[in-house]
Design a binder for this molecule. Structure first.
Ligand SMILES: Cc1cc2nc3c(=O)[nH]c(=O)nc-3n(C[C@H](O)[C@H](O)[C@H](O)COP(=O)(O)O)c2cc1C
Length: 326
């Protein structure tokens, strides 16, 4: 699988997720193989104004490659400048966000608002294309609402502007993450384009990934929520797509080690207080579906230091009948 000059080791991509795909999470995911990972979405305006927060999102670590920086904005010149800044920071690919439905973003004309504005999309992509020779992708939605499904049109504009691949999350803006992703729209985009198309939406495991490729003909898949609490899911998806069909499920003690490792990385990255806070949601996902998980999660409310968290975690994982898989 190639995206422009970038050759990917496999065709399973980690979706950009704000508040989630930070360096510690990417480190966990990289262990299981990942053709391409993305930063959280970064404000182009913030990068150009050099805010610490936006710059911070470009932080990476050894082995964090290939890495795409996802930027959002509505101004062609600012997005071009931001792409240059991200390129200088050493990322391997630039992605333009055309899917974010958050009001604050949409009202500036950015994110999913672009799905209704093909001429602005063209200006933006020509401007960014001229600014960087890095591989360039766009991540689009189906459209703004069910009366305005513009994915094929916007994808064609992107191709005409020299974009190297299109990532399609086929829900409308007003769907948010609810309901089902309409994979038929990925198929329609794939049929209309010459450049690679990445399908995204509702892939929870290898079966979904295989079905999506069979239905749509897409060149690669991107997984978001399907790896939360189960980063090893990527390994399984890759294995099935490559025909090895090996299914890995970590043992209980491996799970405890994976959680501890993620916690350490989170604290190393953000310090104990913020690291723990950022990690909490992951712990909820890691223990989802485990026996007595709900009871264990209740005990987390009062924990605000690493030592107590580790002690509680160990007790939970060691307890007789405490945490067998359901
Ligand atoms: C918590 C969360 C944060 C997200 N943040 C972003 C983002 O920053 N940029 C983006 O393009 N999509 C974002 N998404 C959407 C995902 O990239 C993906 O398109 C969506 O979750 C559908 O894929 P999935 O069914 O595999 O989760 C986010 C999704 C979630 C759940």
């Amino acid at each position: 699988m190639r995206i422009g000059s970038l050759s990917l080791e496999n065709s399973v991509l980690l979706a950009p997720m704000a508040g989630i795909t930070d360096p510690p999470f990417r480190q966990m995911v990289r262990k299981y193989g990942c053709g391409l990972a993305f930063t959280e979405m970064i404000s182009a305006d913030g990068l150009v104004r050099k805010t610490d927060r936006s710059y911070g999102y470009l932080q990476s670590f050894q082995g964090d490659s290939p890495l795409g920086a996802q930027i959002f904005g509505a101004d062609p010149a600012i997005l071009a400048e931001a792409a240059k800044i991200a390129a200088e920071a050493g990322v391997d690919l630039i992605d333009i966000n055309m899917g974010c439905p958050v009001r604050k973003v949409v009202k500036t004309g950015a994110g999913v608002a672009l799905m209704g504005n093909p001429s602005r999309v063209s200006e933006i992509l020509r401007s960014v294309r001229n600014a960087t020779s890095l591989p360039l992708t766009v991540k689009i939605r189906a459209g703004i609402n069910s009366r305005s499904i513009t994915a094929v049109q916007i994808a064609q504009v992107a191709q005409d502007c020299g974009v190297d691949a299109v990532i399609v999350h086929p829900r409308t803006a007003d769907q948010g993450l609810a309901g089902h992703a309409s994979w038929e729209i990925i198929r329609d985009v794939k049929r209309a384009l010459r450049i690679p198309v990445v399908g995204n939406g509702d892939i929870k495991g290898p079966d979904d990934a295989c079905r999506m490729i069979a239905l749509t003909g897409c060149d690669a898949v991107m997984v978001g929520r399907g790896v939360l609490g189960e980063p090893w899911n990527l390994k399984n998806i890759i294995s099935f797509l490559e025909g090895r069909n090996e299914y890995y499920v970590p043992s209980i003690s491996e799970r405890e080690d994976i959680i501890k490792c993620h916690l350490e990385k989170s604290i190393f990255y953000a310090g104990e207080k913020h690291g723990l806070r950022r990690f909490r949601k992951h712990l909820l996902w890691y223990t989802k579906g485990l026996k007595w998980g709900a009871q264990y999660r209740k005990t987390l409310t009062n924990i605000c230091d690493k030592k107590s968290l580790l002690e509680g975690l160990h007790l939970y994982f060691q307890a007789k009948n405490g945490c067998c898989l359901d």
